[in-house]
Design a protein around this ligand. Structure first.
Ligand SMILES: Cc1ncc(COP(=O)(O)O)c(C=O)c1O
Length: 378
C-alpha cells in the first residue's frame, strides 16, 4: 500500500531495550523492562495497579474472570466494537447483551444502556471508547452502574491519551483495559494491559492471568511453584514484548500522541466536502486522540460506499469499513435483535489512513481521491 492504514512508530529505543532483554538472557514473564512498562503506563493513565498481558482480548477475558463473571451471567457489550469484546464474554460462557451506539462519538447510548440494565440485570458492562474518542455518555453510565452495583470494564484500547473532563481515559472503569497490538496508540506486536486502583481485584486478575498459580515469584519456596488453585491462563507479557512496550510508553507523549492529534486536526481542516461528515464529533470537555479518522457518506448507498472504498484500495490508499455490528455475528450467546445505528454506521463509514507520520500533502492527496470517487459513484 502506498498509504497504509496505520503504521506503528518504532525507533532505536525499542531496539535498545529488546537487545537489553536478550543480553540479560531473560525472555520470559517478570522481565525488568515489562515491570518498568507497567509502572510508566500506570503513571500515564493515573492508576495504581497495572498488569501487562499478551493481548487486549486476554486483558478482557482475565478481567471478566477476575470479577467473577461465570456461565449464564449477563454482560453489556457495545454492538459497535471489535469482536474481542464479545469473544471475551463468550469465553466465560456468559451472555452478551448487545447495546446500540450514540451518533456523536459511537459509544454506548445512555438511554438504551439504561433500559438494557433494567431488563437484563447484568453483572458487568464494557464501556469502549471508539477510534480515539471518549464515549459521550461515559460519566452517566458509570454513575448508573455504581448505583446498580454493576462492574464497569472500561476499554481504552483505541484511545490511550484521550481525556474526558480533564480525566484520563483508562481511569474511569473499576478495571480499565487496553490492547497494545501493533497498530494501536502504542503497539508491541500483540499485547494488552489491565489497570485498576483496587488491589483485591488486581490480585485476583493477576492470579488468573498467571496460570492461577499463586507461588511463582522468586521469593516463594521452590517446592510450591507447581501448585495451582484452579483454572487459569498463561496470559502474562514476556520480556521481549515488554521491552518494546517500555520504549513505546516512554516515547508516547512526544513522538506518537502529538503527531496523531496533528493528523486528526489536518483531516478536519482539509475535508470540507458537504456530502461527507466525520463519523465522530469533538464534544466540549472531550480531548480525542484520533486513533483512526473515519468519515460518513450521508448520501451514498452501502454499495456506493464500497465502490469508493475499493477505488481507494486500488490506488494504494488503505481503508477499512466501520466495525461489522456484533449482532450479525453467528455462534455467540448474545441478544441478537437488530441495532439500527451500528448497522447504519457500518454500511456508510470509511476509515481512512491515520498513521502518526502523515503530512498535509498526504491528506490533501487522500481528500482529492475520495472526492473524485464520491463524484464518480454518486
Ligand atoms: C476496543 C478493542 N478492544 C479489544 C481489542 C482486542 O485487542 P487484541 O487485538 O490486542 O486482542 C481491540 C482490537 O484489537 C479493540 O479495538
Amino acid at each position: 500500500m502506498k498509504i497504509p492504514l496505520n503504521i506503528p512508530s518504532v525507533s532505536n529505543l525499542e531496539k535498545k531495550y529488546v537487545t537489553e532483554a536478550i543480553n540479560q538472557n531473560w525472555l520470559s514473564i517478570n522481565g525488568k523492562n515489562t515491570k518498568i512498562f507497567e509502572k510508566k503506563f500506570g503513571i500515564l493513565v493515573k492508576r495504581k495497579f497495572t498488569l501487562a498481558v499478551q493481548s487486549g482480548t486476554a486483558a478482557l477475558h482475565a478481567t471478566l474472570k477476575g470479577l467473577g463473571i461465570k456461565k449464564n451471567d449477563n454482560v453489556i457489550v457495545p454492538d459497535y466494537t471489535c469482536v474481542s469484546n464479545l469473544s471475551a464474554v463468550s469465553q466465560c460462557q456468559a451472555k452478551a447483551i448487545l447495546v446500540d451506539l450514540e451518533r456523536d462519538t459511537l459509544g454506548l447510548d445512555y438511554e438504551k444502556t439504561k433500559s438494557a440494565i433494567l431488563k437484563y440485570k447484568p453483572k458487568a458492562l464494557q464501556l469502549v471508547h471508539v477510534y480515539g474518542f471518549p464515549a459521550r455518555d461515559t460519566i452517566k453510565i458509570i454513575n448508573l452502574c455504581k448505583k446498580k452495583k454493576i462492574f464497569v470494564i472500561e476499554d481504552g484500547s483505541e484511545s490511550l491519551g484521550a481525556e474526558l473532563k480533564n480525566k484520563k481515559i483508562g481511569s474511569f472503569g473499576d478495571v480499565s483495559v487496553f490492547s497494545v497490538r501493533s497498530e494501536k496508540m502504542i503497539g508491541v506486536g500483540e499485547g494488552g494491559i489491565i489497570t485498576t486502583n483496587n488491589k483485591k481485584i488486581y490480585d485476583r486478575i493477576k492470579l488468573i492471568a498467571s496460570r492461577n498459580s499463586p507461588y511463582r515469584s522468586t521469593r516463594d519456596p521452590y517446592w510450591k511453584k507447581y501448585y495451582t488453585s484452579g483454572e487459569g491462563y498463561n496470559y502474562l507479557m514476556p520480556h521481549l514484548l515488554g521491552s518494546v512496550a517500555r520504549a513505546q510508553v516512554e516515547r508516547f507523549k512526544k513522538k506518537i500522541l502529538l503527531k496523531k492529534i496533528k493528523v486528526g486536526a489536518l483531516y478536519r481542516k482539509i475535508f470540507k466536502e458537504k456530502k461527507i461528515t466525520f463519523t465522530q464529533k469533538i464534544l466540549p470537555n472531550h480531548k480525542p486522540v484520533f486513533w483512526l479518522n473515519s468519515i460518513f457518506f450521508k448520501t451514498l448507498s452501502e454499495k456506493q460506499v464500497q465502490k469508493v472504498g475499493e477505488g481507494l484500495m486500488k490506488i494504494g490508499i488503505e481503508v477499512r469499513s466501520g466495525f461489522w455490528p456484533l449482532h450479525d455475528m453467528p455462534n455467540f450467546l448474545s441478544i441478537k435483535n437488530k441495532k439500527k445505528e451500528s448497522a447504519e454506521i457500518f454500511r456508510k463509514t470509511l476509515v481512512l489512513p491515520s498513521s502518526y507520520n502523515l503530512n498535509e500533502k498526504d491528506i490533501k492527496f487522500i481528500y482529492k481521491k475520495v472526492v473524485h470517487l464520491l463524484n464518480k459513484y454518486s
